[in-house]
Every structure is written in C-alpha cells, then in structure tokens.
Design a binder for this molecule. Structure first.
Ligand code: GLA
Length: 431
C-alpha cells in the first residue's frame, strides 16, 4: 500500500496510480549484459515508489519526499532536453521520452502530462540499481496515467535503451530485474533478445549487502570508467571477429568461449592505442569513430584500451553464471560461494572495477564465515554481496561492523540483509 503521505501530496483530484520498482543485487555475471552474455540477479526488498496523477496539459511536475532532491518540472516531448548530469529529473525524462516515441510507433496515442511524487528507498550510488528503479517506477506510473499496458519484456528492453539518455552505455540487467523478478527467486537473464528464467533460491541462503562507503554514481564519476569497459569489449569483439573470420556484434555472438580463452594470448594484444585500431580491426578511421567513439560518450582513457584481460573476465564470468545457476538448482551453496569468490577476483584483476575498500569487505565477509562474496553492480565503489548461511548472518555482520564500519563511524544501514523480492507493480487508485 502507498504511504498515504505520498498520495496525499499529489495535487488535484480523481484517480491516481502508484508504481513501485525494486533495486537489485547481482549475484554473479558482472559486466556481461552489454556483451550479450547472461547475468543472475535478485530483485531486493528495497524499492522506489511513485504516486502520479494526470494533468490536462503536457507538463510534468516532479517532487521527492527526500529534500535532497529538489522539485523539477518540464514539458513532454520525444527528446526532452536533459537536465545537468546527475540530476534526478533525467531518469524521468529518459523514461518519458522513450514512452512518447514508443506509443507513437505503436499508434497507441500520446502520453499525458502528470504530477509525480517519488519516495526512493533503494540506497543510492551503492551498486543496487537505484537509478534504474527510479526510471522504471516513473515509466510504469506514467504509462498507467496513459492507460496503456505493454508487455513487461518489451518495457525492460525499452527502459534499458532509455537509460542511456544519462550518458552511460549501460546494459539491460537492472531494468529487466526490476520488471521481471519473482519473490524468492533469482532471475537468469540473457540478452539480444531478452530472455529470462527463474532460478530458485534455497531457503537457507541469506544475502548481505555491505557498502564500501565509496559512492558509485553511474551518471557521475563512474561513468567514464564504465563506458571505457563497454568500449574495450566492443573493440576486442571487432578484433576477434576479424581474426576468427566471423561476424559478431557482441562478445556473446562469438561461438565457443573455451577455444577463445585457450588462445587468447595469440588472438588479442594485452592493450592497444587508438592509432593502432584501424590495422587491428580492419575498420577505417572514420567508421571506427562512428561505431566506437560517438562524441557524446565520455571515456576515462580515450587513447588506451586493454583488450585481453577484459575478454578473459567477460567470457569466464559468463561460464560462472551458468555454473552458478546449476549450483542453485542443486542447492549447493558452497559451490555458489566459490564461484562468487572467483568472480570477484576476475572483476578485480582482469576487469579493474574493484577498489581496496571492496576487496577488504570481501575478505572480511569471508573471514566472518560467508560462503562467498564479491562486488556487485558496476563496481568503482558501491557494495559487495556476501552469500551467507542463515545461521551465520550475525557472525558476518559482527565481523563487518567491528573491522570496517565501527572504525569509520558508518551509519548502521551501510550493511543490509536483503531478501529476493518481486519485480515492479502498478496499482490504480480511485480517490
Ligand atoms: C550497471 C549497469 C548494468 C551492468 C552492471 C555491471 O549496473 O547498469 O547494465 O552492466 O553495471 O554488471
């Protein structure tokens, strides 16, 4: 049910809608989604709620219960001008812009203006996909105002593409988890085209999310690093496709990861420069620029690209996802824990997305009795997820508190025990 304050704060009278969309914790499969390879997240019992009521014009009014997010308003259109980077209104604009275009494409009418009240309960900049939860909840509420229903998997695709409006080349995991997850289950998600299947979570498994106290803002400092990894993978894919004589849009399109992994040293240089790319890829400079370096994409290091280690991570991580799915079906939590540990090492050593605080949290969780632990989400700060047997939760929390949080005077909610929750919902309320 809606917190009454959220609905009561809506201007006007008459029917309203209430949407909620959860954050997610990715159990394994990091930086695989945009490569067309699988992920295995759970949606969590922390969500973003959005109450909305229709307006008679094209204006969108946004207000947030958290005073850190000041009210915003703008006029609807297919390409609303973005607010400054990092502004929370951009997530609403991203969803609404995509919906205006999609409804027009389907001949399903227009999108009305509306008043929106937002209550975000997913910890922000923590690697828990709070921004995607905000975008999905705003989009669902807005679609509710239009009185249109679209299939959930279409929405997951649409909102994944829409989120690139904020300047990050993100994949489709977060929006799919927010829309399609089921309570008590993890979701294996495959991409291009989007496919999902539920994976049961044994009742004795518990998940602790522990924040590194370093903010990982997808539309902020982490953006250039994230885009760098996406670009490195796309370049590595072009080099591999040429060497192997096949066509591949994503690393996931290359047949047989095992032979590629075995021959990686011969197939790919450890790193390369922008100047060396035409010879390596066989793609001329102008086309390279268009395909891999659009002007709007901020890169952390636009002239130097690591290829071999990035591919080693991505292909080995995809194999770990499949193994993790099998471990969950077999209720083998130890095996899952071992895979999570290996994933963390690969994220840290080959993909370069961990930090010393994340590494320390992983170590402490393991020392406290977790079966496995790894950074979750994009990395560059944010949080870890630890797999813990129910009976060991207190012990792991005590270890994290004593060695990490108490010395840093961290807030108590820096670490959470999360439960696998259901995906987004929409209610219509007559008031
Ligand atoms: C972010 C992106 C996702 C995914 C992860 C890394 O959360 O939004 O699409 O790429 O990073 O696995």
């Amino acid at each position: 049910m809606a917190p009454p304050a959220l609905l009561d704060a809506l201007p006007g009278h008459g029917p309203a809608v209430l949407a909620r969309a959860p954050g997610r914790v990715n159990l394994i499969g990091e930086h695989t989604d945009y490569n067309g390879l699988p992920v295995l997240p759970i949606a969590i019992d922390r969500d973003v709620r959005v109450a909305a009521r229709r307006r008679d014009d094209q204006r969108v009014d946004l207000a947030n219960v958290d005073p850190a997010f000041a009210p915003r308003h703008y006029l609807l259109g297919p390409q609303p001008a973005p607010s400054p980077p990092g502004d929370w209104a951009n997530y609403h604009k991203a969803a609404a812009g995509a919906l205006v275009a999609e409804l027009a494409r389907r001949g399903a009418g227009g999108l009305p203006g509306g008043s929106f009240r937002v209550d975000g309960r997913v910890p922000a900049a923590a690697g828990l996909a709070s921004s995607s939860a905000l975008l999905v909840a705003c989009g669902l509420a807005h679609l509710g105002l239009a009185g249109v229903e679209l299939p959930r998997s279409d929405l997951a695709d649409l909102f994944a593409r829409a989120e690139r409006y904020v300047g990050t080349l993100s994949g489709g995991m977060d929006q799919a988890a927010a829309l399609l997850a089921r309570a008590g289950e993890a979701l294996r998600i495959d991409f291009f085209p989007l496919r999902t299947r539920p994976v049961p979570i044994p009742a004795e498994a518990a998940f602790i999310v522990a924040h590194s106290l370093e903010r990982a803002e997808k539309s902020g400092a982490a953006r250039g690093h994230y885009n760098q990894r996406v670009t490195e993978c796309a370049l590595a894919c072009a080099v591999l496709a040429r060497r192997l004589g096949c066509a591949a849009a994503h690393l996931g399109d290359l047949a047989g990861p095992e032979p590629i992994l075995a021959d990686l040293d011969d197939l790919l240089p450890e790193e390369t420069t922008r100047a060396a790319l035409p010879a390596l890829t066989g793609i001329a400079g102008a086309e390279l620029g268009q395909r891999f370096f659009p002007a709007a994409t901020a890169l952390a290091c636009p002239d130097r690209f690591r290829l071999r280690a990035r591919v080693r991570h991505v292909l080995s991580e995809a194999a770990r996802v499949t193994a993790a799915e099998a471990a969950l079906h077999a209720r083998d939590l130890r095996a899952l824990g071992t895979l999570m540990d290996a994933s963390h090492r690969s994220c840290a050593d080959d993909y370069g997305v961990s930090t010393s605080a994340l590494d320390r949290l992983v170590e402490l969780a393991r020392a406290g009795g977790a079966l496995g632990a790894r950074l979750t989400g994009a990395g560059f700060g944010g949080a870890i997820v630890a797999l813990v047997e129910r009976g060991s939760v207190e012990r792991v929390l005590q270890m994290l508190d004593r060695e990490f949080y108490v010395p840093r005077a961290a807030p108590r909610d820096a670490r959470l025990v999360v439960r696998p929750a259901a995906g987004a919902s929409l209610e219509r309320l007559d008031r």
